[in-house]
Design a protein around this ligand. Structure first.
Ligand code: SIN
Length: 551
């Protein structure tokens, strides 16, 4: 069956749903999500939303801290746009029903948490389950809108695109002369697999939005939910959009280390409230790595310090201790972390928490402008899947929910203002999905084996500390895996697991390629062969485009 809608949004986290709520005012919105509506990274976010609201704070300071964390690769205009809009977006969330935690000493005000890299307390939060509270409020609001349809268990396979030969409208006469005519692609929607029936549908839309979140599952250890398989980046790359800076994978320093804890984050907000990292002998160690900021140094520094401590001691985890704060405070401020740890036999009011770093956030992604537009007309990318230039080489804590909200708002304003530019009918009929001679894949091991190989390879060869040799080997090892997956794509009927594997493999290849190309250490990318920053690379993004790489 063909679906037709005005706005197709792929992903149901903060970026997708907040944009959907606004676009529903001007047209029909279809949100597709590959599992259930609440299976998002947003839902797991603990920390909160950075917003300069304190009396001692100012958006200029928020901007300064973001630029400092981003280590020379942030786009200053985007940083300014996003941090300045934060108070408006917080007000909007309050209006939509999110009850942010209030300052216990002055309930007129919101409580402001502290996280690494922030020079002021500025994290607006709902206790330690901010994301869950936001997800719930957005879903409730979307359920009440007749113009929004949410389809669960629908996964995008690839985009529908139209290709014309012509000149880039924005090019100067001189550029037109020297570049020659170029292929301009427009996005018309997507091929989408309905998981329950195994049918691939054609979804036609005026505007398509990738809001698919991150790609943490490309690594063996991650704080991300299972759905974080880099779908948006892989889909956009295959369609010819530019991808920027995928080498900057942010590793969160503190995920719970416990055999029964899957992907459970121990929020940086604990360190903001005084928690201290301890080595296996119980000694604080961050003063050796960042004497000034110690445990509240940037995430890249803390994650590398822990990696170093683990390699030195040969142990499997370090510890995070907040037991010096009163049990009442800990339970009230971190009820979720307290409960989860207690259920695993760890009383965080009395004993240190075993922690390890894990892949947490993709700072790079699909290149977009200040309105969330990608290179393809009609294709927008919002949230973690995009690279707007906010994060540079390393994201400042609690800037991600903020980016999702602000960029969704910008995209809405832009689409509303320019709607007639997106509503032309396709020049040709869109062909229905053709399964060709594909047959059922009756051996699930063909997927699970490659899934496992990629995630281990990425963790061991493309992890927190990299080397040219390991990156080169990773490239070599990925090549046959990619060609095997490509062959399966033609041979077998598509399933959700296979689509995810195909995307995961694509994103792994992009991370490796970009990391191999960056001959310096900056932000989240550290290589022992080039341990210093190269000033030449200041403000230089790594750009990958399919046609350039022959990929
Ligand atoms: C955390 O709570 O530590 C995560 C917040 C973030 O990733 O911004």
């Amino acid at each position: 069956m063909d679906f037709e809608t005005d706005f197709l949004i792929i992903g149901s986290g903060i970026a997708g749903l907040s944009l959907g709520l606004k676009l529903a005012e001007i047209g029909r919105v279809t949100v597709i999500t590959k599992k259930s509506e609440a299976d998002t990274a947003t839902n797991l976010a603990q920390g909160g939303i950075a917003c300069a609201l304190g009396e001692d704070d100012d958006p200029n300071l928020h901007e300064f801290d973001t630029l400092k964390a981003g280590d020379g690769l942030c786009h200053e205009d985007i940083v300014r746009q996003i941090v300045r809009q934060a108070p408006d977006r917080i007000r909007e969330l309050k209006k939509w029903g999110v009850n942010f935690t209030r300052d216990p000493s002055n309930p007129e005000r919101l409580d402001l948490g502290q996280e690494g890299g922030h020079s002021r307390r500025r994290i607006v939060h709902v206790e330690d389950f901010t994301g869950r509270a936001i997800q719930k409020a957005l879903m409730a609001r979307a359920a009440g809108k007749k113009n929004i349809e949410v389809l669960e268990d629908y996964i995008a396979v690839d985009l529908l695109t139209e290709c014309k030969i012509g000149y880039d409208n924005d090019a100067t006469e001189r550029q037109k002369h020297s570049n020659g005519p170029k292929s301009v692609e427009r996005c018309l929607g997507a091929y989408v697999l309905e998981v329950a029936t195994g049918t691939v549908h054609t979804f036609l839309s005026h505007v398509t939005v990738l809001a698919t979140g991150g790609a943490g599952k490309v690594y063996l250890y991650t704080s991300n939910p299972d759905v974080a398989t880099g779908d948006g980046i892989a889909i956009a790359y295959r369609a010819g959009a530019r991808i920027a800076n995928p080498e900057f994978v942010q590793f969160h320093p503190t995920c719970l280390y416990h055999p029964r804890a899957k992907n459970f984050l121990i929020s940086e907000a604990l360190r903001g409230e005084g928690a201290i990292l301890l080595d296996p002998n119980g000694e604080p160690f961050m003063k050796r790595y960042d004497p000034e900021r110690k445990d509240l140094a940037g995430r890249d520094i803390v994650a590398r310090a822990i990696d170093m401590e683990l390699k030195k001691s040969g142990k499997e985890c370090v510890y995070l201790d907040i037991s010096h704060r009163s049990p009442e405070f800990v339970k009230e401020r971190f009820p979720n972390i307290y409960d989860v740890c207690l259920s695993l036999g760890i009383d965080i009011t009395k004993e240190p928490i075993p922690v390890v770093p894990a892949a947490h956030y993709m700072c790079g992604g699909i290149v977009t402008d200040a309105n969330g537009q990608s290179d393809l007309k009609g294709l927008f990318a919002i949230g973690e899947t995009a690279c707007t230039g906010l994060h540079g080489a390393n994201r400042l804590a609690s800037n991600s929910l903020l980016e999702g909200l602000v960029m969704a708002h910008q995209a809405y304003l832009f689409i509303k203002e320019n709607l007639s530019n997106f509503t032309q009918k396709p020049a040709h009929a869109i062909p229905a999905w053709d399964t060709g001679g594909a047959v059922d894949m009756d051996e699930a091991v063909l997927i699970s084996h490659n899934w496992d190989v990629i995630r281990r390879l990425m963790w061991n060869y493309v992890g927190i500390v990299r080397s040219t040799k390991r990156l080169g080997l990773a490239r070599l090892r990925m090549a046959p895996i990619l060609s095997e997956i490509n062959q399966h794509y033609w041979d077998y009927i598509l399933t959700r697991d296979f689509i995810e594997l195909r995307n995961l493999a694509q994103v792994a290849e992009l991370i490796i390629l970009a990391a191999y190309r960056r001959k310096e250490s900056r932000g989240g990318h550290f290589t022992i062969d080039f341990p210093e920053k190269d000033d030449w690379n200041w403000r230089r993004d790594t750009i990958l485009k399919r046609s350039n790489n022959g990929g």
